[in-house]
Design a protein around this ligand. Structure first.
Ligand SMILES: Nc1nc2c(c(=O)[nH]1)N[C@@H](CN(C=O)c1ccc(C(=O)N[C@@H](CCC(=O)O)C(=O)O)cc1)CN2
Length: 283
């Protein structure tokens, strides 16, 4: 079997077109959404991600502001920048690009929850736990949206998530078990005993462990959907969690790059536009 490719790049372009229309509608009502990013240090991957987010904004008429802090900046410097962005009326929503090497909980907690485009403020994650509306973390909701756009059945599916990190695995379990998604989720990690026994039962495997080629063809049920969220690097190139030969077994497969990464950016744009729409609803 050769898997159907879950083309995140193509869906990203479609979502940009959909959002452009909503941005135009906001502009007619006098609102221009604005995203700010905060980048600390010189990590090349983080710099690329931030650059791509600004390019995406420009493509749909969202203004954006870049704040860059030198390597070696302290927590106080980042928090002062967060305070400025919280107070800036031109900034609808913003994020601090992770990792910063600093206390992420302190940084996330300082962001105004109404401007939290990452959906990672404790109040917004708490809303997700409670089933209340709030911005959702971009990578996990991007995985779900990509499955939806390809009509991969989610309701009633057995999903195995590999990785328990804050930005992907943990919120993904919460999103997929909401009534609207209705999946059954097993949250595994690199310490899980007999990981293959779990993945082989899964209709959907989503791997965000950062261990290159960890998901091999023998670990996948024929016809299952497999999503690769791994962003380890080998000689400068992305080395995903999913071995390329999985394409011969899976029913659906995300390329990496070109799968979940562009969906993360699409959901970020969507969160910015929704934040701007909320400001109008509140007015
Ligand atoms: N504040 C945040 N920091 C980080 C997040 C996040 O959601 N919020 N997630 C990741 C990085 N990330 C977004 O910031 C991100 C990852 C990947 C991509 C992407 O488009 N990747 C491309 C390939 C890029 C390459 O070749 O290096 C793809 O997959 O096709 C966008 C954003 C950690 N930090």
């Amino acid at each position: 079997m050769t898997a159907t490719i879950l083309d995140g790049k193509a869906v990203h372009a479609t979502i940009q077109d959909e959002l452009r229309t909503r941005v135009e509608a906001l502009a007619r009502r006098g609102v221009v959404p604005g995203l700010a990013t905060v980048l600390v240090g010189e990590d090349p991957a983080s710099r690329w991600y931030v650059g791509a987010k600004h390019k995406d904004c420009a493509a749909i008429g969202v203004t954006s502001v870049r704040r860059e802090l030198p390597a070696g900046s302290g927590l106080a410097d980042v928090l002062a920048t967060v305070d400025e962005l919280n107070a800036d009326p031109a900034v609808t929503a913003f994020l601090v690009q992770q990792p910063t090497g600093l206390d992420e909980f302190a940084i996330l907690s300082r962001v105004d929850p109404a401007k939290d485009v990452d959906g990672l403020h404790p109040q917004n994650l708490g809303a997700l736990v409670l089933g209340e509306p709030a911005p959702l973390p971009c990578t996990p909701v991007g995985c779900v949206e990509l499955l939806r756009r390809y009509d991969v059945p989610i309701a009633g599916a057995e999903v195995v998530v590999v990785g328990r990190g804050l930005t992907v695995g943990r919120p993904l379990g919460l999103i997929l078990t909401r009534r609207s998604e209705n999946a059954t989720v097993t949250l595994c990690h690199t310490g899980t005993r007999d990981l293959a026994a779990h993945t082989r039962r899964a209709d959907i495997v989503i791997s965000a462990a950062g261990v290159p080629d960890m998901i091999t063809p023998d670990m996948v049920k024929p016809g299952a959907a497999v999503m690769d969220v791994g962003v380890a690097r080998r000689e400068g190139r992305i080395a995903g969690d999913v071995h390329p030969d999985v394409a011969e077994v899976a029913g659906w497969l995300t390329p990496n790059p070109g799968g979940v990464g562009p969906m993360t950016r699409a959901m970020l744009l969507s969160n910015v536009v929704e934040a701007a729409e909320r400001t109008l609803d509140a007015a």
